[in-house]
Design a protein around this ligand. Structure first.
Ligand code: NAD
Length: 263
């Protein structure tokens, strides 16, 4: 799985066609979409139009909450594949655990079937707290390859990252740039950007890469799409990393997976 990919949340279907096309031109090979984003068709068209070999691409999509449950999961997966115009996805994730519904175990068992059939080359979860992962590890067979969670310098998820490392689960960071809100204006990050001759977004993405996170920044602006992948020619030192460690706020930007139950 490429360590840096392109996310398309809040990108309209038609805009996804051009944004994903630009990302592929800029060198991204991993694309993160989801059924609920409503842009699997535009994403799939951009993949096809690129002419890039299928085995060079890494495509992730996600099962929406309303489709949890064994049979509904299998149907939703068929719909996603058809919209993407693909024969398989590289990674299929359960989008949220929905503990109040308590169907993530049977849902994951259906996802394991997709894995066994080779239609999802890897399977995993998103927004799972360690308590959900512990139950999953105890009651199902395939260790999730990935847990995609909110993670950025203001919400660093140290406990989840440590749990993932112990179980060989890849930590994938969503909203890696803090959704482009206050984080990119932080004076510590501005200082590091000046020090390295890079932008605040590049410093934040570099921090993720050095921590070992997979990242999927989103942008629909061509210059930013290119900027966000141009992060492989510099390195943060120990002092930079400890300055960034000090930005933890304990506050999420998104919903709390323990209570989020929108279907
Ligand atoms: P992000 O942290 O990637 O921030 C994106 C925003 O930051 C852009 O809309 C833009 O305003 C700004 N931005 C991007 N590049 C910039 C740059 N170089 N300079 C300045 N500003 C810049 O936020 P995101 O879209 O929430 O997260 C990325 C991806 O993660 C999503 O597109 C989606 O694929 C995934 N995601 C998953 C979940 C989940 O529940 N699994 C939730 C949210 C997002």
């Amino acid at each position: 799985m490429p360590q840096l990919g392109f996310g398309v949340w809040q990108v309209e279907d038609e805009q996804a066609f051009s944004a994903v096309g630009q990302a592929l031109d800029a060198g991204y090979r991993s694309i993160d979409t989801a059924a609920i984003y409503g842009n699997e068709e535009g994403t799939g068209k951009a993949l096809a139009a690129s002419g890039i070999d299928r085995d060079e691409l890494f495509v992730t999509t996600k099962l929406w909450n309303a489709d949890q449950g064994h049979d509904a999961t299998l149907r939703a997966f068929d719909t996603s594949l058809a919209k993407l115009g693909l024969e398989y996805v590289d990674l299929y994730l359960i989008h949220w655990p929905l503990p109040s519904k308590d169907t993530y175990i049977e849902t994951y068992k259906a996802v394991e079937k997709l894995y066994a059939d080779g239609r999802a080359k890897a399977i995993g979860v998103s927004n799972f707290l360690t308590e959900h992962l512990e139950r999953l590890l105890g009651e199902t067979s395939v260790v999730p390859a990935v847990n995609q969670i909110e993670l950025h310098p203001q919400f660093q998820q140290a406990a989840s990252r440590a749990f993932h490392a112990r179980h060989n689960i890849v930590t994938e960071a969503w909203s890696p740039l803090g959704q482009g809100k206050g984080l990119l204006k932080d004076p510590t990050i501005a200082e590091l950007a000046a020090k390295h001759g890079k932008t605040p977004a590049q410093v934040v993405l570099r921090w993720h890469l050095q921590l070992g996170n997979v990242v999927i920044p989103k942008s629909v602006t061509p210059s930013r799409i290119a900027e966000n992948i141009d992060v492989f020619d510099f390195e943060l030192d120990d002092a930079d990393l400890s300055a960034l460690a000090g930005l933890e706020s304990g506050k999420r930007l998104g919903p709390d997976p323990a209570t989020f139950d929108v279907a």
